[in-house]
Design a protein around this ligand. Structure first.
Ligand SMILES: [Zn+2]
Length: 307
């Protein structure tokens, strides 16, 4: 299928209480693993590239690989910019055919974040492309913050409402207890805060960054209260590298890199399948590539009660 925008699939996820995995990739094997997993699970998928991935693979190269991979499957695939830190990067991605952008002004003042987000939203919307923004700040594990410091950076629900009204952003990354690049699954999300933000902006899909370090139980509650996109990077990197290490140890005399990369690709695919099932987006796509009629397919208690 041709690429789709994140707007189309996130609104459906929000309305039906499931979340769509947004998986980071840097190379062909990771892209293939992610998209094959989505195809087998009949799930929409967001494939995202960070600025680091763009530096590594090249913007045109990354975009072309994802477009090609998407054209070979019949589930919706989005090509998303993860953490665009400036205006130029967003415009370059728009031109390269990205179907979803992100401007991360979370380190700036509220007013500066609003002004730049608004500017990017205006341009992207002319081209029909949605924009994710970030308010509050999801810290990095290397920041080595205390629990109190992580809490101080969390998104304020009232501010979130003002921010979305002022910017017209299509989705909002919220800081609610997760931390980027955590290796252990030890973080608890502030579910009451997510719920309060969702009540302020019920029509805006919320985005969870730093999911690799979040406890599984925490996800489930978060999805019920508006988290519609969940970013996964570190967990996939761990799987990729584990595959390579195991294959290198198993075939110490092998020089053909395909032997190692095949194992890495398989492990990425398994990790993505596991996350897709956990986020409840498995089996939401029918044979024609559209969403199945919701009622029976989505496992939310809310949906069950409404029937
Ligand atoms: Zn992030």
């Amino acid at each position: 299928m041709p690429l789709v925008t994140s707007k189309e699939i996130l609104q459906t996820a929000l309305a039906n209480h499931f979340a769509i995995g947004a998986f980071n990739a840097n190379n062909m094997e990771q892209i293939q693993g992610i998209i094959e997993a989505a195809q087998e699970e009949r799930s929409p998928v967001i494939l995202q590239v960070s600025q680091g991935a763009i530096r590594y693979a090249g913007l045109e190269f990354a975009a072309a690989m994802v477009r090609t991979a998407a054209s070979l499957v019949d589930v919706p695939v989005v090509l998303h910019l993860d953490h665009g830190y400036d205006f130029e990067q967003n415009v370059q991605c728009l031109r390269a055919g990205f179907t979803s952008l992100m401007y991360d002004g979370s380190k700036k003042s509220f007013d500066d974040n609003v002004a730049m987000t608004r500017k990017i939203v205006e341009i992207a919307h002319i081209a029909g492309i949605p924009v994710e923004s970030e308010l509050g700040r999801v810290a990095q594990s290397t920041d080595k913050l205390t629990h109190e410091q992580v809490c101080a950076l969390m998104t304020d629900p009232q501010e979130a409402k003002r921010f979305v009204e002022l910017t017209g952003a299509d989705s909002l990354a919220v800081a609610c207890g997760s931390v980027h690049a955590m290796q252990a699954q030890a973080a608890e999300l502030d579910i009451a805060r997510i719920k309060a933000i969702h009540e302020q902006i019920p029509g805006t899909p919320l985005v969870l960054h730093g999911s690799s370090g979040v406890k599984t139980d925490s996800f489930m509650a978060a999805i019920d209260f508006g988290i519609s996109k969940i970013n996964v990077a570190t967990y996939l990197n761990q799987a990729f590298t584990r595959g390579m290490r195991e294959a290198l140890a198993k075939y110490p005399d092998e020089v053909d890199p395909r032997k190692f990369l095949t194992q890495s690709r398989e492990y990425v695919k398994e990790a993505v399948r596991e996350k897709i099932r956990l986020f409840r987006s498995a089996n939401t796509i029918d044979a024609s590539g559209g969403f199945r009629s919701p009622s029976k397919q989505y496992r939310s208690a809310d949906i069950g009660a409404a029937e």
